[in-house]
Design a binder for this molecule. Structure first.
Ligand SMILES: C[S@@+](CC[C@H](N)C(=O)[O-])C[C@H]1O[C@@H](n2cnc3c(N)ncnc32)[C@H](O)[C@@H]1O
Length: 239
């Protein structure tokens, strides 16, 4: 992944908030510096506040949370929210977060769902552990970017069912205009070398949005190409 642009107002890492060891920081080289890791989380918490209604009384589902980058960003920016729930399929990352970041308002759940890149022996399912209509803000950074159409459709339907009526989902994905519907590791795309299963899954924008629409999600907002490695961001709501 390539570095995010520096935020205007950086926050110094709070020594009271644990940070995962480098090896557990999804995102590679540019997260070696603690300040960069913390501020990438702070930046996303700010974006969620501005675009998806994040606030202290909200219930947040961080789907594909890794070792809790967003949880760390939220703690630095606003202390806590009513409920932060991180969910991931990689035990090493999730268990570090659970052991180090859990508190009264912060929890983590490991699920054994299949993903050819991150959990090839997991079970085929579109399960996200949350009650129906219980999530105010769902965050999925670089998660659909490692999934094929069937997963986008299946998890899209799950997200539509767990979002509160006025909830919003903030997700990133690789999308382009007028390309084949779905391509795994497209060659000569974004000048990066994609390696291994599902490193980069690129969708045709209309096809991606139609897949989500059929799953029950409508696009509220779209910003092209400004996220990590050239991903685009979406704000989604139930339709
Ligand atoms: C590129 S990483 C991004 C991690 C984190 N969102 C961040 O931005 O720092 C993608 C994450 O999605 C997780 N993931 C992939 N498929 C998943 C699934 N079906 N359910 C939950 N997490 C999943 C992976 O284990 C991995 O931690």
């Amino acid at each position: 992944m390539t570095p995010l642009p520096p935020a205007a107002d950086q926050i110094a890492p709070d020594p009271a908030i644990p940070l995962p060891p480098y090896a557990l920081r999804m995102g590679g080289q540019h997260f070696k510096k603690d300040a960069d890791f913390v501020n990438a989380g702070v930046r996303d918490a700010r974006v969620l506040r501005r675009r998806a209604g994040l606030g202290p009384r909200k219930r947040v589902l961080d789907w594909g949370c890794g070792a809790g980058r967003l949880a760390i960003g939220i703690k630095h920016l606003m202390g806590n929210v009513a409920d932060y729930h991180g969910v991931d399929i990689q035990p090493e990352l999730l268990n570090w977060a659970k052991d180090n970041l859990t508190d009264e308002h912060t929890r983590f759940t490991l699920v054994d769902a299949h993903n050819a890149r991150y959990n090839p022996d997991g079970e085929q399912s579109f399960h996200i552990p949350a009650e129906a209509e219980s999530v105010d803000v769902l965050y999925a950074y670089s998660v659909f970017s490692h999934m094929l159409t069937q997963d986008v459709a299946g998890y899209g339907a799950t997200i539509a069912s767990i979002l509160a009526p006025k909830g919003r989902a903030w997700v990133t994905a690789f999308v382009e205009e007028d390309v084949p519907d779905c391509v795994e590791n497209p060659t000569d795309y974004l000048k990066l070398e994609w390696k291994g299963a599902l490193h980069c899954v690129r969708f045709d924008r209309r096809f991606f949005e139609a897949t989500l629409y059929d799953a029950g999600l409508a696009v509220d907002e779209f910003v092209y190409g400004r996220e990590t490695d050239g991903q685009s961001m979406y704000v989604l709501r139930r339709r």
